[in-house]
Design a protein. Structure first.
Length: 100
């Protein structure tokens, strides 16, 4: 079965730019597919898995796909942050880093 090209949400480029603007390292995982989160983010010695959803779409269109649900379940115990905008991505970094 041929693999189709990886799709990214419309706001992913903006999210990546915002994360990089504060010094985060960002690697897109979109090409991996199979429900893997969109981004691997390194910031201040920690790694984050981030799933980007388009916040301009209605809530019913922002849900996780079946593959994403299965991936999250298989990786239970390793947080995946589901975000809809750049500000939420920055909040993930500031909140989790500030908790230490």
């Amino acid at each position: 079965m041929a693999r189709r090209a990886a799709r990214i949400d419309a706001n992913q480029t903006e999210i990546v730019s915002a994360l990089r603007s504060v010094g985060a390292k960002v690697q897109s995982l979109a090409a991996v597919g199979c429900g893997t989160p969109d981004l691997l983010v390194g910031y201040r010695g920690d790694l984050y898995l981030i799933e980007c959803k388009d916040g301009t779409k209605p809530p019913s269109a922002r849900g996780l796909t079946d593959d994403q649900k299965a991936w999250h379940e298989a990786w239970a115990g390793y947080p995946v942050y589901v975000i809809t905008c750049a500000d939420e991505g920055l909040q993930v970094l500031s909140t989790s880093w500030g908790d230490k």
